[in-house]
Ligand binder design. Structure first.
Ligand code: CP
Ligand code: NVA
Length: 319
């Protein structure tokens, strides 16, 4: 890629300033509005002639499809190295990164440990690395989720989101972004599945507008008067062998009509998907009138387009 540019990557939401997170949501809303204009949308050529590599160590429908479409719609091209050569099985991760930085502007990476993304970024200082989910965080998901909430609520500050389930990657990014945006987040997990204490502390340190995170082992306490209820699978990718034990531990944390009733009539239902219907959520809830799960899925596209523009073509979006 010709030209030097300022190194920036999105490995954690904690990498973003409050201003850039606010801006990402505004820009995402703008590119969403412009999408019906097709090739006459203003950012159609923003990545002209540039490439973005997609490196996925784990399965994906939404993240992979929406990054491919986003890159294409802003004029770039994706490169998808085969899984067996992509992420450090055939040559070191550092060498993969040093090759990629000679060819592509950015690498969108889904892998296991967050530390692998840090190593990739450190080995290739000119490569923009974007976290497409690790065991620890899922930043692109959370940005899309708060765009969705902003659309439905009108504003974010002072609202309350209840997350019910595993203290996992999705929960971590929701807490980080929520506190940065002034949304109170309540997290209900079974004992032994809490969010790590350092996650709570680091997110609390960047809270704005008096937002707080509270934790409990009681899902009913978490959802009381909440404006939205969010859940995720009980066993994440890589935890399949633990699924039977988790199924038993999480059974009281199912989001069903009784739990949604406890939240109150207007409470939105959210899920990052894929959902295991009948486990963490019932059909009646995910297909119910306040479910916004496909709005979330749609907004993955718009928010990732905004993040790509901010990272790779800041001059095109007055970032
Ligand atoms: N929500 C989400 O990241 O979906 P995929 O795993 O299908 O990408
Ligand atoms: N927590 C889930 C999210 C999938 C998008 C997982 O990591 O498998």
């Amino acid at each position: 890629e010709p030209g030097a540019r300022l190194k920036t990557s999105l490995i954690s939401l904690l990498d973003l300033s409050h201003e850039s997170l606010d801006f990402a949501l505004r820009l995402a809303a703008a590119v969403k509005r412009d999408r019906p204009r097709g090739r006459s949308a203003p950012t159609t050529r923003a990545l002209d002639g540039r490439h973005v590599a997609l490196l996925f160590d784990k399965p994906s429908l939404r993240t992979r499809a929406t990054f491919e479409i986003a890159v294409h719609e802003i004029g770039g091209h994706v490169v998808v190295p085969a899984g067996d050569v992509a992420l450090g099985a055939r040559e070191s991760l550092a060498d993969v990164a040093r090759n990629l930085e000679r060819w592509v502007a950015a690498a969108v990476v889904r892998t296991f440990s967050q530390q692998r993304l840090v190593e990739l970024a450190e080995a290739a200082p000119r490569l923009v690395v974007i976290n497409a989910l690790t065991d620890e965080e899922h930043p692109c998901q959370a940005v899309a989720d708060y765009l969705t909430l902003g659309e439905h609520w009108g504003s974010l500050q002072g609202r309350t989101l209840a997350y019910v389930g595993d203290g996992n990657n999705v929960a971590t990014s929701l807490v980080q972004a929520g506190l940065m945006l002034g949304v109170n987040v309540r997290v209900a997990t079974p004992p032994g599945y809490e969010l790590p204490e350092p996650v709570i502390a680091a997110a609390s340190a960047v809270a704005r507008h008096g937002a707080t995170v509270t934790t409990t082992h009681d899902p009913y306490e978490a959802v009381e008067r909440a404006h939205a209820v969010y859940t995720d699978v009980w066993a994440s990718m890589g935890q399949e062998s633990d699924a039977a034990r988790r199924h038993a531990d999480f059974a009281p944390f199912q989001v069903n009509e009784a739990l949604m009733a406890a939240a109150g009539p207007g409470a939105l239902f959210m899920h990052c998907l894929p959902a295991h219907r009948g486990d963490e959520v019932t059909d009646a809830v995910i297909d119910g009138p306040t479910s916004v799960v496909f709005d979330q899925a749609e907004n993955r596209l718009h928010t990732q387009k905004a993040l790509l523009l901010m990272l790779l073509a800041p001059e095109q979006c007055a970032c």
